[in-house]
Write a protein that binds this ligand. Structure first.
Ligand code: AMP
Ligand code: MN
Ligand code: MN
Ligand code: MN
Length: 300
């Protein structure tokens, strides 16, 4: 199964392809937005989408780099949302938004709230760690996180610096994973609300890495509801989807009339983690389909 990870759909000859999922230091990636775009160009991609968690502050720099180095940059975002499952509780669902208009008032308000909440949540997580005798200097954490949004990977890096964990994975496994002793839930908009808000910001929504959801939602009716709210695609290809997962979600996308997209979800090089931008590439035609959906004006 593992051997089939990172499969790519066929592309026409000469098409460098598009990696539609990447992170920069505006969220929990390690590279600057310009460096992500430069790297995408170096590995021969024709297009790259920058999709930071709950922020668009990296996009102006990424777009400018795209113009400078002649590679198409699709402005995006990855929103952490909450899908209500009634009695069974909520599940965390990530929604990618593409073609986002940076000056849209609704999305600005939402992203400002989410950014502020992430800061409060990080402070609460530091309190939990302090109670476990693992103090971290909030200023050091701020410095690691930089501008944009703060997340658990930044806390994990601070823990490594202090010798509290051997690796990012180790910090997650022992303290930061959901249910772990330092975990605090982040505030999240409802999935359908997020899709509608993105739509008002001129962006089309794509369900991110459905193979990583805690609950299988095929057949639940939720996908149909998301489509009705304006979702246009499903991220079929992802660096953590194996072959059978890709095939299953491609079938689902086809059945629902949704665009099958894909991306590496690269966070940049980290200790013990290989660079992987461009490891997942979909045909450039997929970007055209997304842009056509953006233009098709049903989005206002
Ligand atoms: P947050 O958005 O603050 O809840 O942090 C979630 C982010 O942490 C994800 O986007 C991943 O980049 C990263 N992450 C989640 N689980 C792990 C893990 N087990 N090991 C390393 N990184 C992880
Ligand atoms: Mn991340
Ligand atoms: Mn995600
Ligand atoms: Mn991501």
């Amino acid at each position: 199964m593992g051997a089939e990870r990172g499969i790519n759909p066929p592309r026409p000859d000469g098409d460098g392809g598009a990696d539609l999922h990447s992170h920069t230091c505006a969220s929990d990636g390690t590279r600057s937005p310009a460096a992500v775009v430069a790297r995408a160009r170096e590995v021969g991609l024709s297009a790259v989408a920058v999709t930071d968690h709950d922020t668009v502050v990296g996009l102006p720099e990424a777009l400018a780099a795209g113009e400078r180095w002649d590679i198409k940059v699709l402005p995006g975002v990855e929103l952490s949302t909450r899908l209500r499952q009634g009695e069974r509780g909520d599940i965390e669902v990530h929604v990618l938004g593409y073609g986002i208009k940076l000056d849209s008032p609704d999305i600005r308000v939402l992203l400002r709230e989410l950014t502020a909440n992430r800061r409060d949540r990080a402070a609460q997580m530091l309190q939990r760690l302090a109670a476990l005798n693992l103090p971290i200097d909030p200023q050091r954490l701020e410095a690691i996180a930089g501008s944009g949004t703060i997340g658990r990977p930044h806390i994990a890096r601070a823990m490594m610096e202090k010798g509290y964990a051997n690796s990012i994975e180790d910090a997650f496994r022992r303290y930061l994973d959901r249910g772990g002793p330092a975990f605090v839930e982040a505030a999240k908009p409802g999935t359908l609300t997020a899709i509608t808000t993105l739509r008002r910001a001129g962006a089309v929504s794509v369900l991110a890495h459905p193979g990583l959801l805690r609950v299988d939602i095929i057949g639940s009716g939720y996908l149909e509801q998301m489509k009705a709210a304006g979702m246009v695609g499903i991220e079929v290809y992802h660096s953590r989807h194996d072959g059978p997962t890709c095939r299953r979600w491609q079938k689902t996308a086809d059945r629902l009339g949704l665009i099958g997209t894909g991306g590496s979800d690269c966070h940049g090089p980290l200790p013990g983690k290989m660079e992987q931008i461009g490891s997942i590439r979909v045909p450039t035609a997929t970007v055209e389909r997304l842009l056509t959906a953006v233009e098709n004006g049903s989005f206002n």
